[in-house]
Design a binder for this molecule. Structure first.
Ligand SMILES: [Ca+2]
Length: 281
């Protein structure tokens, strides 16, 4: 006999964010899509304290029978230690259940408290909707992850190391993707509470896994908002959805985008073994 679902279980605690304003983007450095620095004003919202975990997502699938984009097409994009830089492989049988491929499912199984990956923007949107939530907008995401820190690459400053000398996020330490020295303690994903939260209690504000946000990507979005904007929600249409924060795969030399400025983007159907999400309301 199947037990009835318990809709309240497996929901990440949410952090209440008061209405406010902050400076988004910068005037020099980085990719042109990060310019200019501009004022953004936001209404109050709440956001998940952690990334959606493997256990959270399994619960959703058990309740709904949901099939992800990767399961429908039969593959996902995977990288493992030892590959060349930028050598992502189309991996048959990869899905949120086995993000490095079915043939590595046992040897490289994920823990339940790691972020779910190999989920497309469509999957992320469906999950949040089922929780009576939604994806955060790109501006909401950055405001919450910064937690009051303006103009810095990380919530604690510009160096990956925090004041206590420890690396504050999960990214790749190695000259190439042939080997990672595991200086932050993790090769692939880390449990969602492995690193200290930002000042507003939000975990993994940067690193670990890219985080889908609701917005379509626009190269000139910030330029259009140069004189200031309230509750921006991105372009009306586009070819890619924005993802933010960077991931375990980002290194100094490849994908130096880990941090609070960089704007990642992928097609909404695309699943990667380093892309996750959190919901807002
Ligand atoms: Ca790492």
């Amino acid at each position: 006999m199947v037990e009835p679902p318990t809709p309240t279980a497996r929901q990440s605690p949410m952090i209440q964010i008061a209405a406010g304003s902050f400076v988004m983007g910068r005037d020099s450095g980085g990719h042109p899509d990060q310019r200019p620095a501009h004022q953004v004003t936001l209404s109050a919202f709440s956001i998940d304290a952690t990334l959606v975990t493997v256990a959270d997502f399994r619960h959703f699938v058990e309740q709904t029978g949901y099939r992800t984009s990767a399961e429908i097409v039969g593959f996902g994009m995977t990288a493992v230690e030892g590959m060349d830089d930028w050598e992502w492989k189309k991996t048959q049988g990869a899905s949120w259940r086995a993000p490095r491929g079915a043939h590595r499912a046992v040897a490289m199984a994920q823990a339940d408290d790691e972020p779910v990956v190999m989920v497309s923007w469509i999957d992320a949107t469906s999950y949040c909707k089922h929780q009576d939530k939604r994806l955060p907008t790109e501006a909401e995401w950055e405001y919450a992850m910064r937690a009051g820190a303006e103009g810095t690459r990380f919530p604690w400053g510009d160096d990956p190391k925090r004041a206590d000398g420890r690396i504050g996020l999960n990214f790749w330490q190695g000259k190439t993707h042939h080997a990672d020295s595991r200086g932050d303690g993790y090769l692939y994903l880390s449990p969602v509470r492995a690193f200290p939260p930002n000042d507003w209690g939000i975990y993994d504000p940067v690193g670990n896994a890219w985080q889908w946000v609701d917005d379509w990507y626009g190269r000139d979005t910030y330029a259009q908002h140069a004189s200031g904007v309230s509750n921006p929600s991105g372009p009306e249409k586009g070819w890619a959805r924005v993802a933010r924060g960077g991931s375990w795969w980002c290194s100094k030399r490849s994908c130096s985008a880990y941090g609070l400025f960089a704007r990642g983007k992928s097609r909404p159907m695309s699943p990667f073994s380093n892309n996750s999400f959190r919901c807002a309301r």
